[in-house]
Design a protein around this ligand. Structure first.
Ligand code: ADP
Ligand code: MG
Length: 316
C-alpha cells in the first residue's frame, strides 16, 4: 500500500528529500504535478517522473469513473451552511466542497462577513451544517490580502452556535498575503499543510486586490489575467484533491460602466471565467439587508436571496 512518497516506485531517500524540498511532500502533490515539473524538481529523468506520477494517481484512485459513481460521490458531498437559510437554499444547500465559490460585489456588500462566518461554520458537526465528524474537527485557512480580518467577529459568530470561541479560533489558520506572488506561494504551500490538518475550507479574501494593484490598466490586463488564472487553477486543484471548499472574494464597483475597457469588470465582475465554480453576486439593500444572486450556474435555479448581517453573523 502506498502511504508516503517513499512508497512510490523509484523514490529512495535522496529523491524523496529533493521532492520534499521542492514542495512535493505528499502523494496528492505529486499526483497533480506534471512530469516536467517533477523531473526538474528532483533531478530525475522524465520517464521516471511519469512513472512516479502514475503510481501516485493510482494510489489516489484518480481514474475514469462511471456517471453513476460520480452521482453517488456527489450525493455524499456535504455542504457548509452560510448561517442564512435563504442563502443556503439559493446555493442548493450551502457551500460545496471540491468547488470554488466566488462572492463578488461592491464595498460593504458582505463578502468579508460571509468569509468569517464560514470559517466558523465549517467547524460545526455535519448534522448542524458544518464538516466536522465525531473524531475530526474541520478546520479553515484564511488568506487575507486586505487586512480586514477581525478575530472579534469570529468570537461573536462562534458564541451564536454555542461553540467555545477560543477553540474555534485555534482551528482557523490565518495568514496575511503581502503581494500576489506571496499569495500564490501560500497556496502552493497548502498542498503540504492541508493533509496534516484536516482543512476543509480555504478562504482568499480578496483574490483580486493584489493582482489589480500590481497590474494596473489595460496594457497589463493579459498578464494579470494569465497569472490570476494560474492562481485559480491551483485553488481548483486543491479543492478537488483534498475534497475541500474554496471561497474567494472579489470587489467590484457598483457601476461597471466606470470600468470600461476592463473586461473583468464589464461583464459583471466575476473572475471565474473558465474555472469551474459558483459565482454569487452580492448587493447592498436597505440597512443590514443584502441581496445575493447566482450568476451563470446552469445546475442552480435562478433567483435571489435576501439575508442580513448582524452582530452575531450572517442570518435571515
Ligand atoms: P465587503 O463586501 O466589503 O467585504 P463586509 O463583509 O466587510 O463587506 O461587510 C461590511 C458590513 O458588515 C458593514 O457595512 C456592516 O453593515 C456589517 N457589519 C460588520 N460588522 C458588523 C457587526 N459587528 N454587527 C453588525 N453588522 C456588521
Ligand atoms: Mg471585504
Amino acid at each position: 500500500e502506498i502511504k508516503s512518497i517513499t512508497d512510490l516506485p523509484g523514490v529512495g531517500p535522496a529523491t524523496a528529500n529533493k521532492l520534499i524540498e521542492a514542495g512535493y511532500a505528499t502523494i496528492e502533490a505529486i499526483a497533480v504535478a506534471t512530469p516536467q515539473e517533477l523531473s526538474a524538481a528532483a533531478g530525475i529523468p522524465l520517464t521516471a517522473a511519469q512513472r512516479i506520477i502514475k503510481a501516485a494517481r493510482e494510489a489516489l484512485d484518480i481514474r475514469f469513473k462511471t456517471a453513476l459513481e460520480v452521482k453517488k460521490e456527489r450525493m455524499q458531498t456535504r455542504k457548509i451552511t452560510t448561517g442564512s437559510r435563504n442563502l443556503d437554499d439559493l446555493l442548493g444547500g450551502g457551500i460545496e466542497t471540491k468547488t470554488i465559490t466566488e462572492f463578488f460585489g461592491e464595498f460593504g456588500s458582505g463578502k468579508t462577513q460571509i468569509c468569517h462566518q464560514l470559517a466558523v461554520n465549517v467547524q460545526l458537526p455535519i448534522e448542524k451544517g458544518g464538516l466536522s465528524t465525531q473524531d475530526r474537527v474541520a478546520k479553515a485557512v484564511y488568506i487575507d490580502t486586505e487586512g480586514t480580518f477581525r478575530w472579534e467577529r469570529l468570537e461573536n459568530m462562534a458564541k451564536r452556535w454555542g461553540l467555545d470561541p477560543d477553540e474555534v479560533m485555534s482551528n482557523i489558520f490565518y495568514i496575511r498575503a503581502i503581494n500576489s506572488d506571496h499569495q500564490m506561494a501560500i497556496v502552493d504551500e497548502l498542498f503540504n499543510i492541508v493533509p496534516k490538518e484536516n482543512i476543509k475550507l480555504v478562504i482568499v479574501d480578496s483574490v483580486t486586490s493584489h493582482f489589480r494593484a500590481e497590474y494596473p490598466g489595460r496594457e497589463n490586463l493579459a498578464a494579470r489575467q494569465q497569472k490570476l488564472n494560474r492562481h485559480l487553477h491551483q485553488l481548483a486543484k486543491l479543492a478537488e484533491v483534498y475534497d475541500l471548499a474554496v471561497v474567494i472574494t472579489n470587489q467590484v464597483m457598483a457601476r461597471p460602466d466606470v470600468f470600461y475597457g476592463d473586461p473583468t469588470q464589464a461583464v459583471g465582475g466575476h473572475v471565474l471565467y473558465h474555472a469551474p465554480g459558483v459565482r454569487v453576486q452580492l448587493r447592498k439593500s436597505r440597512g443590514n439587508k443584502r441581496i445575493a444572486r447566482i450568476v451563470d450556474a446552469p445546475h442552480l435555479p435562478e433567483g435571489e436571496a435576501v439575508f442580513v448581517i448582524t452582530d452575531y453573523g450572517i442570518a435571515d
